[in-house]
Design a protein around this ligand. Structure first.
Ligand code: NI
Length: 165
């Protein structure tokens, strides 16, 4: 496997699965109930559930861009990608949403593993920037929202800290 491809795979593992430097997405979502996922701070912030919806959408969208396929989901605007705050009673729906995020991230891993350094340098579409930059952007975007999830858990007193062991 090539150097940059390997680096992106390591990045993805780092921010999604490993508690290294900061809490991983796995840790941030660990033990979150539907009620906690649907909670918003003073009714003004997005809920954790909405943030996860948003990450599912954008990671799927990035996969489509990399593969050159059309994303069948076309939101009116970015706001729509968050959806509604979620139903605090719907544990199944919340579990499925988390499952969906994990599936998308696993798919992203497969897509990255298929790239080589030359493909990474290529633009993902006419007049657009490189796949490499797209991946860099989406991963920074993931971690930006990951920090918000941890903050929301701190605000609702459901954060148990990072398991560094
Ligand atoms: Ni965002």
């Amino acid at each position: 496997m090539q150097v940059v491809t390997k680096m992106f795979l390591e990045h993805l593992d780092m921010h999604f699965h490993e508690n290294e430097w900061f809490a991983s997405m796995d840790q941030a979502l660990h033990g979150v109930t539907a009620a906690e996922a649907a909670w918003t701070s003073s009714g003004t912030s997005n809920s954790i559930w909405q943030i996860v919806n948003h990450l599912i959408f954008w990671n799927e969208d990035a996969i489509h861009r990399i593969k050159g396929t059309e994303n069948p989901h076309k939101p009116e605007d970015n706001e729509e990608t968050f959806g509604n705050p979620g139903n605090p009673e719907d544990e199944n729906g919340w579990a499925q949403t988390v499952q969906r995020l994990n599936e998308v991230m696993n798919k992203m891993k497969t897509v990255i593993a298929d790239l080589d350094d030359e493909k990474l340098k290529a633009p993902y579409a006419a007049n657009r920037y490189s796949i490499e930059r797209l991946l860099s952007n989406i991963m920074m975007h993931d971690t930006y929202h990951l920090g918000q999830i941890v903050l929301l858990r701190k605000l609702q007193s459901s954060w148990g800290g990072v398991d560094w062991s």
